[in-house]
Design a protein around this ligand. Sequence first.
Ligand code: CO8
Length: 258
Amino acid sequence: MSDQPHLLTETHGAVAVIRINRPKVLNALNLELMTDLAGMMEQFDADDSINVILLAGTERAWAAGADIGDMATASVNDMASRDQFAQWERIKRIKKPIVAAVSGFALGGGCELMMHCDVIVCSETARIGQPEINIGVMPGAGGTQRLTRAVGKALAMDVVLSGRFLSGQEAMSHGLVSRVVPPEHWFDEALKVATAIAAKPPIALRSAKEAVLKAQELPLSQGLEYERKLFYMLFDTEDQKEGMSAFVEKRKPTFKGR
Ligand code: CO8
């Protein structure tokens, strides 16, 4: 094992940056890393001084998938008893917005981790795919489901069955990522986006994230009802009073997260 930490953190105002740091294996995601990542995200989720989490890889790789070395000789029972997906469930439950800064390879579990993020800022030259088919398996952390919902059946089938990679530009044109940027700006643009979001009222951010995620699961009429309830609830926050008064008084609002 390397003595370098596999996750690095820093804060920029109300943005907590987590960088995946296993460059020698293109940021392959092993169980220890995923467990620490989930724990770190939960800590930032509970920290009132943080409003947005920015998850980044390196320039060469966001993450080239789950660590194949760890799985190569595993049995069904080994895989089931490791229960690796419990860590992914923890990430799914993070309430604060997660911005992804994606450059290089986002493959297999890497693509699936990217799809767990809320706003995805991606380099034009990123290489995104679900190439598990090339090593005798298929996506296991949501790839067949989230990719299909994002890009539609035809392209999802192509990516999953052929194992081919999409460029950042292609991913953008099919709605898989939020913004695509020139290669040299993959991190600074993502930080700008995260910083801008971090200035918004925290309770409204959390509610809006929750409602958009519900759209992936609920039928339209139930989703609309869910949205309406969250919308009404925001009228019980100081930030709603402040935001609307500031608009009427033509001044900048000061949000307090209450
Ligand atoms: N796991 C472990 N090591 C990896 C991985 C990986 N996913 N990807 C790259 N590496 C290692 C290589 O073995 C190599 O190590 P070394 O220098 O010791 O030989 C190093 O990273 C650099 O890689 P390459 O020399 O291969 O670099 P290239 O530029 O030639 O190729 C590629 C880059 C195309 C990204 C290539 O490395 C590759 O194909 N990687 C594997 C991609 C892949 O198949 N990903 C899917 C993995 S399976 C998966 O993600 C299932 C998810 C299920 C849910 C998660 C819960 C467990």
